[in-house]
Design a protein around this ligand. Structure first.
Ligand code: NAG
Ligand code: NAG
Ligand code: NAG
Length: 482
């Protein structure tokens, strides 16, 4: 229990530690960018082969184009082959269409010293269905748009960008005019496009370069999985020491972000396609979710009522801190197959033994409970999330540690059924979450011993109240006429 909590704390402070020195001089011997195309989520890995031009260099600056920066929901930097993330600091607004980030290298480079820096980013909403409409029989294609050149404040000897499609068919792509090469500006090999190599690119993170040399490119590709988006996720996690239970309930507003369905939905067509196992790629028949081990009383309902067509295989509880990564598998089937442009709102919830995610910290004298930020649906963006962790009644000295900063957070008090004083709640709000954000929020708090007794006391008082009421009621004559 303590391990992950401690490390998340140190990460938290690391991320906000200020930088002490400004940028140094480098050159890029090579930059290679790899773009893994997807549905609503696109993963980008950029490797910078870096050479220091002066002694004592340890702050390297990267640049993202403005559109790219706005679409980037996560950014991590590492030294190639190492696990530890490096400190990244976003710099203030620049005069031009780009955003700079300072990265602190793990050591100081001497002049001529080299290192390989790997920057991974996740982009959301950078693709769109094209054509925008498709009939039930049609395939599904998407367009991805991006900037051609990787920007950098330093000279770059050679750079290239590889764009990989997960499915073999690339319909079309931009063939740009580029001054940094004598050869073909782009080559295609199977499902991979390579833009570059482009040679001797001078410092490009400046207004002039972006205006004169940068260009947009697009790739039009076939995509055979449903393109999913969670427009809104409201997760409520309710901790009960009295019931030794952790209840998690998700209100999910799911959208099929594929091409809008052209014409009417035909169930006959759907059934014949399903029979021949050739369902339209833009149709979502169901989802397979990995839920925690040890859960029970799983429920799934939508606006109409309970949906009972799903299947659940639960895994037994896993001891805390064990390396065992078992999970329960839910094959969730909505009431109807979800076509492109359609929405489906539903509620999914479950109970689990509190002991699976709670621990007592002797040093702090506090309970610590871990609540996952979300249930990951691979390749799906969560546009907006509100995560509410409701603590036991009477909990005090509440602290919480998020795996990454929330857009905003608050500590409030909610009064629920049978509560006498209300229950403190921590609410975190996020935007544009993807599978890289699958972390755990830890909440630490004290519960006075008397708090454990409050609920039975409240029940007892409520019952006594009813007795008294019933007693009085009998003596009052409510008949209008005698
Ligand atoms: C979320 O993503 C959209 C689309 O990429 C972007 O316009 C918006 O600025 C992002 N919001 C945040 C808070 O990152
Ligand atoms: C839904 O199922 C739960 C238990 O599985 C049950 O308590 C509840 O009454 C059901 N609701 C409806 C509307 O059928
Ligand atoms: C689905 O929801 C989005 C907003 O989240 C809305 O713009 C759209 O019209 C909805 N689609 C349908 C078919 O209701």
């Amino acid at each position: 229990m303590l391990g992950p909590w401690r490390s998340s704390v140190s990460f938290f402070f690391l991320a906000i530690a200020p930088f002490v020195s400004a940028g140094h001089s480098f050159e890029n011997t090579a930059i290679v960018r790899t773009v893994e195309l997807g549905g609503t989520v696109v993963h980008v890995t950029t490797t910078y082969a870096v050479k220091a031009l002066e002694d004592g260099s340890n702050i390297y600056t990267i640049a993202l184009g403005q559109k790219e920066h706005e679409a980037t929901s996560a950014l991590t930097a590492k030294i190639k082959g190492q696990m530890a993330p490096l400190e990244v600091e976003k710099l203030g607004a620049q005069d031009g269409d780009f955003q700079l980030y300072d990265i602190r290298l793990p050591g100081y480079l001497k002049a001529g010293g080299t290192t390989n820096l790997v920057v991974e980013t996740v982009q959301t909403h950078v693709t769109y269905p094209y054509p925008e409409e498709a009939s039930q029989k049609d395939g599904q294609s998407l367009k991805y748009e991006a900037d051609l050149l990787v920007l950098s404040p330093y000279d770059t000897a050679v750079q290239r960008t590889k764009i990989r499609s997960p499915f073999p068919q690339i319909h079309s792509y931009t063939e740009p005019n580029v001054e940094f090469t004598e050869d073909a500006p782009v080559t295609k090999s199977g499902a991979t496009l390579t833009y570059g190599p482009y040679k001797n690119v001078f410092p490009s993170a400046n207004k002039h370069f972006v205006a004169e040399k940068q260009q947009r490119i697009y790739v039009h590709y076939s995509y055979d999985h449903p393109v999913l988006e969670i427009v809104k996720l409201e997760r409520a996690a309710e901790i009960s020491h009295w019931g030794a239970n952790l209840n998690i309930q998700d209100n999910i507003h799911l959208r099929n972000a594929g091409p809008r369905l052209k014409g009417h939905f035909s169930r006959l067509e759907h059934q014949s396609q399903a029979f021949f196992q050739r369902s339209a790629p833009h149709m979502l028949p169901g989802l397979t979710l990995h839920l925690p081990a040890g859960i029970r009383d799983v429920y799934f309902y939508d606006l109409i009522g309970n949906v009972s067509t799903s299947q659940l295989r639960t895994a037994p509880s896993v001891p805390k801190g064990s390396q065992n990564t078992q999970f329960s598998v839910l094959e969730l089937k909505p009431r109807y197959p979800l076509m492109g442009g359609w929405n489906y709102s539903f509620t999914l919830g479950w109970d689990s033994p509190l002991a699976d995610s709670a621990g007592w910290d002797q040093d702090l004298g506090k309970w610590i409970v871990g609540v996952p930020v979300m249930t990951v649906i691979p390749g799906t963006v969560i546009d907006e999330e509100e995560l509410k962790i409701i603590l036991p009644e009477g909990a005090t000295e509440v602290e919480f540690f998020a795996p990454f900063p929330a857009l905003n957070d608050e500590l409030s008090t909610a009064v629920t059924y049978l509560d006498t004083t209300g229950r403190p709640a921590v609410t975190l709000r996020y935007k544009n979450l993807t599978d890289t954000h699958a972390g755990i929020v830890y909440v630490a708090y004290k519960v006075p011993f008397s708090a454990h007794l409050k609920k039975p006391l409240a029940v007892a008082t409520a019952l006594t109240g009813l007795f008294v009421l019933a007693f009085v009621w009998k003596r009052v004559d409510t008949r209008i006429q005698k």
